[in-house]
Design a protein around this ligand. Structure first.
Ligand SMILES: [Zn+2]
Length: 167
């Protein structure tokens, strides 16, 4: 089964977080929708500007794409591309690198950070109070969890999210 990219915003974020094997992050991604084994899929390809490698990523499409304000990472179901630790890293990075002199950029970064925290919360199973340890499937995400598991409790996440929304 292909991992589902719930929205284009999510697919692009995943690509931004996934460097080429040579380490290059930049790429001019071309997007196409196609058929693979009878399923509609979303294909992104690019030539690495550093090492000329052909890079291609194929994602499944969600059953329903939710229209919402930017950034729109997906519906209520948790991401299959980006684990909760990496979402938290993203929120930390955005909120920790705010420009001092550009209020519009600050507002957008915090909106993005709040949306990333909302993505972390989608990994909390129904009836549970925290993201379970086995929800983290990348080494980066697991490191973030191990550095502060308490941050992944629902209450803490809500506070973090509201802080970003109010700032
Ligand atoms: Zn490369």
């Amino acid at each position: 089964m292909l991992p589902v990219a719930r929205t284009r915003d999510e697919a692009r974020l995943y690509l931004d977080l996934t460097p080429c094997t040579c380490g290059e992050v930049d790429a001019d991604w071309q997007h196409a929708t196609g058929l693979l084994d009878g399923e509609l899929v979303s294909v992104y390809d690019a030539t690495c500007p550093n090492c000329d490698a052909e890079r291609e990523y194929t994602f499944g499409l969600p059953e329903h794409e939710i229209a919402a304000d930017y950034p729109n990472f997906g519906g209520a179901e948790p991401s299959q591309l980006i684990d909760p630790g990496r979402w938290m890293d993203l929120a930390d990075h955005l909120a920790g690198n705010l420009p001092a002199d550009d209020s519009e950029t600050v507002a957008q970064a915090l909106q993005f950070a709040a949306a990333a925290v909302a993505e972390v919360m989608k990994f909390i199973p129904p009836g549970a109070t925290a993201v379970p340890a086995d929800a983290f499937w990348t080494p980066e995400g697991q490191a973030t969890y191990n550095a502060g598991p308490a941050r992944f409790h629902r209450t803490r996440l809500k506070i973090t999210q509201q802080t970003y929304r109010m700032t």
